[in-house]
Structure formats: C-alpha cells, structure tokens
Design a protein around this ligand. Structure first.
Ligand SMILES: Cc1cc2nc3c(=O)[nH]c(=O)nc-3n(C[C@H](O)[C@H](O)[C@H](O)COP(=O)(O)O)c2cc1C
Length: 241
C-alpha cells in the first residue's frame, strides 16, 4: 500500500503525457497528412443523406455519404448526321452540361483501336452490323470505381433506334456495380427521341432504379446550345439537382 501511494504521482504524470500525445495527433492515420484540412471539412459538412441517416439513429460518426454523381457517355466526332464534321460529339456536349450543373464526374466510353469509322455512311454500316450480330465491342480501359456513386447519368446517340452496342458492353460488364443505383438515361438523336433507352437500360441492369430520361436533337446540341442548356437545366431541376 505504501508502495502504491509513492507511485501515484508518477502514474498520474504518465496518464497526462499519454492523453496529451493522443490530443496532438498521436492517433492520426498514417498517410493522411496531405489535404487533411479539406477532408476534415468534408466530414463535418454531411450531405442530406447523412443528415437523415443521423436522424434515423445511424451512427453520426460513420464515413460521410456524400452524394456523388457520375456521367457516363459515348459520343462520336467526325462526320455526323445533319451537322457535318464535328470536333466534339453531340452527346459529349450534353454530357458536359449535365456535369457542369450537377458537379458530377465525367467518364467517356471510348472504343478501342479506331473501331468506328469517321465517315457517316461507313459508321452506319458498322453500327447496323453490330446491332444485327448483337455484338459487344470492347471499350478502352476500365470503368471508374462505381461504388462511390449514387446516381449515374448515362448517355449516347441513338443508333438504329437503340443504344450503341458498346453501351451494352458497359452495362453488362458493370451490371452488379450498377444495380441498386439510380440510372438516368439521356440521348441525342435526329428524330427518334429517347428510343426506349430507359426501358432497355432497366432490362440490361436489373435492380437499378431508372429515372426519367432526356432526349436532345444532336443538331441542337451542336448549334443551339443556349436553348439546350435550358432544357438540360430544367430537366435536372425536376430531378432534384
Ligand atoms: C450509326 C448511326 C445510327 C443512327 N441512328 C439513328 C436513329 O435510329 N434515330 C435517330 O434519330 N438518329 C440516329 N442517328 C443520328 C444520331 O443519333 C445523332 O446524330 C446523334 O446526335 C449523334 O451523336 P454523337 O455526336 O454524340 O455521336 C444515327 C447516327 C448514326 C451514326
């Protein structure tokens, strides 16, 4: 007992030193020093979903569920119907407008090895053959890690009344990762509208919620961008963005 009494001050000092060390960063995860400030800021500004999770009793200190949005699109430059030779694809223009308004990340589905010709008539032949063959042409690289995204806008030109076959490659290769997400289709076209992109997407990715899509004339995307931006922003507002 006497021995215990003698060592009590030393013990208290040790506890104080350990507490001080913890407060001054002793518990920081290695490798997170760079950008720590902004990361910390993000975690203290929970998204709406985090707020409702907290309200329903979910652990408030869990990792933030920032609502992240991705825009995936396929689009062609070169010679296109009614617009001549273009440097930026019609669908690419709409995809960028969506990303600009929503703050979404963008990812372009690109074909490999100049698979699609740059002249319109040759391209229509290749696309028709692919559709008849139910081909699944490869795309370049790997799709982004999808787990962090809640909503994925997916856009493409209408080709022969359907999604270009390369988009089915994307749907099928990422089916599991896309299931459970909200997928919102958009098209550019020259008369066929959305061409059932929504229903076709729902069948290609069972388990996803497919939101209301948007169809934009390719020629308008190229030449009437102010009015297209208005349509895009109006549609996004209606969707809650
Ligand atoms: C192979 C091919 C097939 C097409 N089929 C259709 C079609 O069925 N209906 C339609 O309205 N437009 C069709 N178009 C026109 C494109 O949908 C339109 O030009 C589109 O805006 C092109 O977009 P992009 O520049 O992003 O590739 C087709 C164009 C191509 C190249």
């Amino acid at each position: 007992m006497k021995h215990m009494k003698n060592s009590l001050p030393a013990l208290l000092a040790l506890v104080m030193i350990l507490t001080l060390a913890a407060c001054t960063g002793g518990g920081q995860t290695p490798g997170t020093a760079a950008g720590t400030e902004s990361k910390t800021e993000n975690t203290t500004a929970p998204s709406d979903k985090t707020k409702s999770d907290a309200a329903s009793g979910t652990d408030e200190t869990a990792a933030p569920s920032e609502s992240k949005t991705l825009v995936v699109y396929f689009s062609r430059t070169g010679e296109q119907y009614t617009v001549g030779v273009i440097n930026k694809g019609n669908t690419a223009i709409v995809a960028e407008m969506i990303a600009e308004k929503t703050g979404a990340d963008l990812w372009e589905v690109l074909s490999v090895d100049d698979h699609y010709p740059m002249t319109y008539s040759a391209l229509t032949d290749v696309a028709k053959k692919e559709q008849n063959d139910k081909a699944r042409p490869s795309y370049k690289g790997t799709a982004p890690e999808l787990s962090g995204y809640e909503t994925v806008f997916i856009g493409a030109p209408v080709w022969w009344g359907d999604w270009p076959m390369i988009m089915y490659t994307f749907f099928e290769q990422n089916r599991n990762a896309l299931a459970g997400k909200t997928l919102i289709p958009f098209s550019t076209h020259e008369g066929s509208g959305l061409s059932g992109f929504d229903k076709k997407l729902a069948s290609a990715v069972p388990g996803a919620t497919v939101g209301e899509g948007l169809a934009i004339r390719g020629n308008d995307a190229q030449n009437r961008q102010d009015s297209v931006r208005e349509s895009v922003n109006g549609w996004l507002n209606d969707l809650g963005f």
